[in-house]
Design a protein around this ligand. Structure first.
Ligand SMILES: Nc1nc2c(c(=O)[nH]1)N[C@H]1C(S)=C(S)[C@@H](COP(=O)(O)OP(=O)(O)OC[C@H]3O[C@@H](n4cnc5c(=O)[nH]c(N)nc54)[C@H](O)[C@@H]3O)O[C@H]1N2
Ligand SMILES: Nc1nc2c(c(=O)[nH]1)N[C@H]1C(S)=C(S)[C@@H](COP(=O)(O)OP(=O)(O)OC[C@H]3O[C@@H](n4cnc5c(=O)[nH]c(N)nc54)[C@H](O)[C@@H]3O)O[C@H]1N2
Ligand code: SF4
Ligand SMILES: [Mo]
Length: 727
């Protein structure tokens, strides 16, 4: 007789943690559907979430710890026990720490796929300041900038807004369940929609205005908006007078950006510049959510985040319903935050000072973090947590990989990658590869043997989200994500990986909790809950209260919104937003313009893939079998390329091949290349490494200082120059 059972669990194949019902037959998961009782996703799941069962039992999943036995990258592995693997890794880390100092260990970060405070806690206690990776470009720079500007990270209340600015964000592909549904709900309620995107994305169908901006020029348009808003007195006068500093300097700075100049820079018309500025400033409440299209533009990314936060403030949209929510609503702020679990106090000033890259990019290193923390200390913890170090204080990849390759300023000899596939995620992929190959010890924790994991000494098998539990805490709500089944084979949750290493390296006193659920109980204790009671109540929701800055002020040095940032100024960064031309050489050197006539954007999200994942999942791969590069039909025709042809894409950094897709949704002067492509069906061993260099967009992306933002060192994944030719 068949036994059937259904368990509540969650999907973590991207950020929102949608509720799942996992159906079992004879103890095996056979089917998944959305959990209609989940308080946030309410039964919806996306095309990727529907593949959870394929992911859970995939034959290429890592099920046991592996130890390299042949040459690095030769594809020869031995299955070992967790104890043996952890013992040996700990022993080698201890030896390298004694020989070179704790700073010899680095970490590479991907996006937030799992809880990351245990990693930070481990690094702080180990004594290394060198965690680096995608945090320099994804969301975290914005978070750091918003702390410096108004003392916290704002969450856009899109659903209740009257005007939504969709700027560099394609939620229809990147956040189909929460973000896109919120936009559609706002539209349904009559909100005006402005889309600023070089491509005619699905969101444009909902839009009142679409600005097909030239990639990388967004700061110029934002400065143009600020100028229109100030000149035409469309700003919130009371708020500006009472709650901001630096308005006069801002007014003078933006005077240099009249609509006709902005139009020239951005490939828009002066009318578009003024119309969109007026629509945004006069329709309240307005929400201007974060979008990766801004953070991914390298040299301009940081100042664009600054300009956006200024626009939100001067239009009076901070901390109002339908605008930009600030702070933790009662009682959520009482829950112990990631910032406290990180144990940042454990890393000494001497070790902090060794953080690689911080001298060049102090705002995103400990100097900036410490200033943000100090400014935040004027606010009660339950209202505004200090910035998490893991999101606002990172070493810089160029400096860290440089230290691996050259031994300067000191040798970096060991690395851990957990929930990250650095050769595909980080720019200048060939240098990343060289650096990983040069390590004395490389440790990876993942679901699959990725091209990066193929270079490791030890690989640890991670439990899928349905095989573990999680506490999903964001300003607004806290939801318990229950485990659906015990981990299969010898997969373990990431807490066990970190704790396993920690207790072997003398940190046992700081890891009193044997399971991650015990940590969740500890976190929830201040609100009188346990993880299990939270599962039963389906979540804890905050009681939103508008404009709490009137009670607490802002967590900045002045206590006000800093249109001119004192923290930026103190660290030698531009305190007022400025626009920088990404390719001044194109004007100076006409030969460059001939060599690279097209503008390249990379990594526009597409379903059902998530970064470098799903390439081995048959239904996903059948829907997108090959890496695609999108060209305008007129451009392709001139190049002699048709739909489905293989094309070569070349930038000053490198060259790859992808298959042509034709669409008039893209500007004729632009090229859109998918990121994250490798071929799990190909040979593993180096130099093939699953074809990791063939179609990997990060072979095209640079990490040089000239292309990175001077404040944070954010590197570009868009606004690049390229040429495209038939293969
Ligand atoms: N399917 C899928 N979903 C994902 C992910 C995934 O890999 N796949 N990744 C997740 C992660 S980590 C992130 S960060 C989010 C990001 O998700 P989004 O914020 O939606 O970011 P992108 O899709 O990278 O880019 C958004 C838009 O920016 C536009 N753009 C490119 N360059 C510029 C520019 O210079 N200026 C302007 N104004 N627009 C530009 C692109 O055309 C694109 O439509 O997605 C998350 N969701
Ligand atoms: N060219 C270009 N490059 C980009 C981007 C772009 O737009 N263009 N986007 C950038 C952005 S925004 C980001 S955030 C990064 C993302 O970069 P990453 O987050 O590094 O994404 P992946 O490279 O897919 O690596 C994630 C790996 O973690 C594994 N994994 C997933 N969940 C878990 C887990 O819970 N535990 C463990 N141990 N492993 C897990 C997956 O199997 C996968 O191999 O990429 C960046 N790279
Ligand atoms: S949006 Fe899709 S992939 Fe992301 S958590 Fe929800 S169901 Fe999973
Ligand atoms: Mo990201």
């Amino acid at each position: 007789m068949t036994t059937r059972e259904t368990r509540q669990t969650f999907c973590g194949l991207c950020h929102p943690r949608c509720g799942l019902l996992l159906h079992f037959e004879n103890g095996k998961a056979v089917r998944v559907e959305g959990d209609p009782d989940h308080p946030i996703s309410r039964g919806s799941i996306c095309a990727r979430g529907k593949l959870m069962v394929d992911h859970l039992y995939h034959p290429q999943r890592l099920n046991y710890p592996l130890k390299r036995v042949g040459e690095r990258g030769s594809g020869q592995w031995q299955r070992v026990s967790w104890d043996q693997a952890l013992d040996e890794v700990a022993e080698q880390l201890d030896r390298l720490r004694t020989q070179f100092g704790p700073e010899t260990l680095m970490f590479t970060h991907g996006t937030h796929r799992t809880y990351h405070w245990p990693g930070r806690r481990f690094f702080n206690l180990f004594g290394s300041p060198n965690m680096c990776g995608a945090n320099n470009i994804c969301m975290c720079p914005t978070l750091a900038v918003e702390y410096a500007t108004y003392g916290g990270f704002a969450g856009s209340d899109v659903r209740n807004s009257q005007c939504v600015v969709v700027w560099g964000r394609g939620a229809s592909q990147s956040d189909p369940i929460l973000g896109y549904q919120a936009l559609l709900a706002a539209k349904h309620n009559g909100a005006k929609i402005i889309v600023v995107d070089p491509r005619r994305i699905a969101e444009v169908k909902q839009a009142d205005q679409w600005l097909q901006i030239r990639p990388g020029t967004d700061v110029a348009l934002m400065l143009g908006w600020i100028r229109v808003i100030i000149e035409e007195k469309l700003f919130d006068r009371d708020f500006v007078k009472q709650w901001t500093v630096g308005f006069d300097q801002l007014r003078r700075a933006v005077a240099a950006y009249p609509p006709d100049l902005v139009a020239k820079i951005t490939w828009l018309t002066p009318q578009q510049v003024t119309d969109s500025a007026r629509l945004y400033a006069t329709t309240r409440p307005a929400a201007f959510p974060w979008g990766f299209g801004i953070d991914k533009q390298g040299i301009n990314a940081t100042q664009a985040a600054r300009a956006r936060s200024i626009l939100r403030a001067i239009t009076g949209n901070l901390d109002v319903a339908g605008g930009e929510r600030l702070g933790w609503p009662e009682p959520l702020g009482r829950i112990i935050g990631d910032d406290l679990l990180e144990m940042n106090g454990a890393l000494s000033a001497k070790q902090r000072a060794k953080q690689l890259g911080a001298a060049q990019y102090p705002f995103f290193g400990f100097p900036g973090w410490e200033r943000n923390v100090k400014a935040n200390s004027r606010l009660p913890y339950q209202y505004m947590h200090p910035p998490q170090a893991d999101m606002t204080s990172m070493a810089h990849i160029r400096a860290v990989f440089g230290a691996v390759l050259t031994g300067k300023p000191y040798p970096v000899t060991a690395a851990i990658s957990l929930a990250n596939n650095p050769i595909l995620a980080l720019p200048n992929s060939r240098r990343v590869y060289q650096a990983l190959k040069s390590l004395q010890l490389y440790v990876v924790s993942d679901y699959y043997l990725t091209p990066s994991a193929a270079l490791a000494d030890y690989v640890f098998p991670a439990a899928s989200t349905v095989e573990r539990s999680e506490l999903w805490l964001v300003p607004g709500f806290c939801v318990a994500c229950p485990q659906g089944l015990e981990p299969l084979y010898e997969r373990r949750d990431d807490y066990q990986f970190w704790r396993g290493l920690a207790v072997r390296l003398g940190q046992q006193d700081h890891w009193p909790w044997e399971t991650v659920e015990q940590v969740f109980d500890h976190r929830l204790a201040p609100v009188g809950l346990t993880f299990q009671t939270l599962i039963k109540s389906r979540g804890l929701f905050g009681r939103a209260e508008p404009k709490r800055y009137r009670q607490f002020g802002f967590g900045t040095p002045s206590g006000k919104v800093e249109l001119r940032s004192r923290i930026f100024k103190a660290l030698g960064c531009e305190p007022l937003p400025v626009y920088r031309e990404a390719y001044p050489d194109l004007v100076a050197d006409p030969e460059m313009a001939v060599q690279y006539p097209l503008v390249l954007i990379t990594g526009s999200r597409f379903m059902p893939m998530y970064h470098t994942e799903q390439r081995q999942i048959p239904p996903a791969r059948q829907s997108v079998p090959d890496p695609l590069v999108t060209l305008h039909p007129a451009t392709a025709a001139k190049l002699g390329l048709g739909e489905g042809d293989w094309a070569r894409i070349t930038t000053p950094q490198g060259s790859i091949r992808q298959r042509v897709h034709l669409s008039d949704s893209i500007h004729p002067r632009m090229v859109d290349s998918q990121h994250g492509w490798w071929f799990p069906e190909r040979e593993e061993s180096d130099p093939t490494l699953f074809g990791v260099f063939e179609s990997n967009a990060n072979v095209l992306c640079p990490d040089s200082a000239a292309t990175c933002s001077p404040e944070i060192g954010s590197w570009p994944h868009t606004a690049l120059i390229c040429r495209v030719e038939p293969e």
